[in-house]
Unconditional design. Structure first.
Length: 355
């Protein structure tokens, strides 16, 4: 088992802290932080700010003051993810580290992207650099759960999200939009958390009834960040183009058996489904788009279908213990044996996470 010093742990924790600064803007790339240390002093640090822009290692090197440049040859660089070894929108970061003459590299976790997957480590080792891996690896992989899920399982990391009453219902029974708005279960505090989650995820999915009865925007409004890619299953393509889901605030994908010409604006794409395995077809399409993370927001039948298919990683369930309605649309049911991993309170509301 590798032994790491308290200083190593401290600097890697700083890497992870820096990496989180890129939340919501790096996908499909991972969030990565880097810290350069010489003689017990941080001389440079950086993080990956946005997809297509310089990686964490580049920003860390650029942050080193001119008077400290000569120290790079005696420095250790801490990185929360293996430095890349391929040419993409930016040059390989492992080559930058080699050219700087750094003597030691400490890495939290290997990059499981097939274009890297140990090659960055191997290239630096061949250059005579000491490379150490595995420091806070679990934390680093949790930070980029979507990225790792995509490259390990060829699908996004899937979060199921719903709010339910104290007696286990997610809504009143409604048959048309004329039956009124959806039951208000969430509190203002939990709604802010929902919009933060949207800003951090790549895509958000609803079914036909949710789109029609709730007329949601599925955009980020109570938090700063980009809008996710909006997805809707509409098998027969009957949803009216006037719904908020099809406005120009964000891109939307319609999964349907019945593709129609000229039905929507330029920001809406229709993807043809074939018979059988709808969820699998959606997941395959999202993987082809390099979508790292997906929120499934409803309705109940769609959420339950993901549960029954075993296609989920986290369930985020809001419960309002002060609200009971006696009858309505029953909340989805998680498999027996699934336990709550974390609970938070938003006023009187209980937010539970299952994994």
């Amino acid at each position: 088992m590798k032994k790491f010093s308290e200083a190593d742990i401290y600097y890697m924790q700083r890497c992870l802290q820096l990496a989180r600064c890129g939340s919501g803007s790096t996908s499909p790339n991972p969030m990565v932080g880097a810290v350069i240390v010489c003689d017990g002093r941080i001389i440079g640090e950086g993080y990956h700010i946005r997809a297509g822009e310089p990686h964490a290692e580049v920003n860390a090197v650029r942050s080193v003051k001119e008077c400290d440049r000569e120290l790079l040859q005696r420095s250790t660089i801490y990185v929360s993810l293996e430095p890349c070894s391929h040419h993409g929108k930016t040059p390989p970061c492992c080559d930058l580290i080699i050219s700087c003459g750094m003597k030691r590299v400490v890495i939290a976790t290997t990059d499981f992207n097939a274009q890297v997957n140990g090659e960055g480590i191997a290239r630096m080792q061949r250059a005579g650099i000491e490379v150490v891996t595995g420091l806070l690896s679990d934390e680093a992989q949790r930070l980029n759960s979507g990225f790792f899920t995509l490259h390990r399982l060829n699908r996004p990391c899937i979060t199921l999200k719903w709010a339910e009453t104290a007696d286990g219902f997610i809504d009143r029974r409604r048959s048309s939009i004329d039956d009124g708005a959806a039951l208000a279960i969430s509190t203002p505090g939990s709604m802010v958390a929902v919009h933060k989650l949207r800003a951090q995820c790549d895509a958000i999915l609803v079914g036909t009834r949710t789109a029609l009865l709730d007329n949601p925007s599925l955009t980020v409004r109570r938090w700063a960040g980009r809008n996710p890619l909006r997805l809707v299953i509409d098998k027969e393509n009957t949803l009216p183009a006037s719904l908020r889901l099809f406005n120009d605030e964000a891109r939307t994908v319609v999964y349907t058996y019945n593709v129609k010409d000229g039905e929507f604006g330029k920001n809406v794409e229709q993807v043809a489904l074939t018979e059988g395995g709808i969820l699998e077809q959606i997941i395959q399409h999202l993987a082809s788009l390099k979508v790292n993370s997906l929120i499934v927001e409803g309705g109940a039948a769609l959420l339950q279908s993901f549960i029954d298919a075993g296609l989920w990683d986290t369930a985020r369930v809001e419960r309002n213990p002060l609200l009971a309605i006696g009858n309505g649309v029953a909340a989805p049911v998680l498999p027996k044996g699934v336990r709550c991993s974390t609970e938070k309170l938003f006023g009187n509301e209980i937010l539970s996470f299952y994994a």
